[in-house]
Design a protein around this ligand. Sequence first.
Ligand SMILES: [Zn+2]
Length: 464
Amino acid sequence: MRPGILIFTLLVSAWAELLSAKVVAPPAGAQSTPAVLSELREKALHDPLAMQVLEGLTSEIGARQVGSENFVRARDWAVKKLQSLGFQNVHTEPFTLTAWTRGEERARIVAPYPQKLAIIGLGGTLPTPAGGVDAEIVLFKKYASLLEAPPGSLTGKIAVVTEPMAPGMAGYAALGKARRLGPAEAAKRGAIAYLVRSLGNGSTRLAHTGFMSQDAATVPAAALSAPDAELLERIADRGTPVRIHLELASSTHPAQSWNTVGEIPGATDETVLMGAHLDSWDVGTGANDDGAGVAIAVAAAKLATETRLRRTVRVVLYGGEEIGVAGPAYAQYNSKNLKKMIIAGESDSGSEPAIEVRLPAGGAQNPALADLSSALSPLAVRSNSEPSREGGPDIEPLNDLGVPGLEVVQRLDSYFHWHHTEDDTLDKVVPAELSQNVATWAVLLRVMADRNVVFERKAVEPAK
Ligand SMILES: [Zn+2]
């Protein structure tokens, strides 16, 4: 062989080797053996990154309601954070929305026993006329009783629903309609305003805000703190008419928001998505909802990918979960590129420990994932053989487009004490519990991105 040809051959083979290193995936599963997962789990339990991220977000930004200046600062903060941690392809995906801004709010009992009431306007509520409204109340101890009230029966009145929420996510889901749709139901019957007992499990005098359906925004609507709802019940029980003065100011404006994305690239074009939402309500510092999820997602993705994996791990920090706009925007923006998205999960239940994992249909029975439950059991996380249910509002639109969902259930002993209140602050987060979530997700992301497992995809109805 002539020296020229030899050099050419060497060059070609070196080039081919370079290329193949780029495109050939590492052997499936080599980075998620039981020993590797055990090491990853222990490391994650002692890793400070999640707490650092959460402390930074809550201290440097604080509340970050979508459509506010603070949300724009949060977006820039998130982009910088992802870049500084070595995420690639860091970018934002814009969409438009109508933003709502809270103004002055107050309520008091005018008669028979004048005193202040602790309330907070529901997100998206209409304002009262300047100077407020002053009217007699009709109190319903059950939301169902409001629905039974005949048309016209609340004309000129303020409807008040004082049903307490049962504990946990099931209770929240069951009574959610009282907040989302109650204002419209009251308006249909002639009411001029609506008050609902806060959706929460605590006894704090802070009221809990939250989204109400914009179709329901036909009368001013606010949440009462739990003690104030009970106070009104006791007074109403005496049979004397109760009059309330309610003042709610707010405004809306057209705005833009962004989903913030960062990736740790894998060797193939397949993707594993982990989401959390960057926006919060305008009260508290969104430490549990959903600063914790942001911290868990960022730290777990970082730890899971410290070694190169087959699949890309993509973190999506949604910008507008609280008003239900970010998940649909992400799904729409990416709808043509979901075929290679293997699985998607989200962390949006605060910082209390993970207790259960559900895989997509068939996942629990897949022999390639048989060791997952022993990898998670030292964290006291059990594998439920039932398939994952629909994810939260951020992941659901992806599930609807066929992307299999990964579900982690958390303990919610105190989550609904602080949820959507001024008290959702960093002091409520127990660092060891946050780390337990990071360890759970790090193991899951590593397994999903390292192994060659695929899940059955739900058939998707063609778009009309
Ligand atoms: Zn949330």
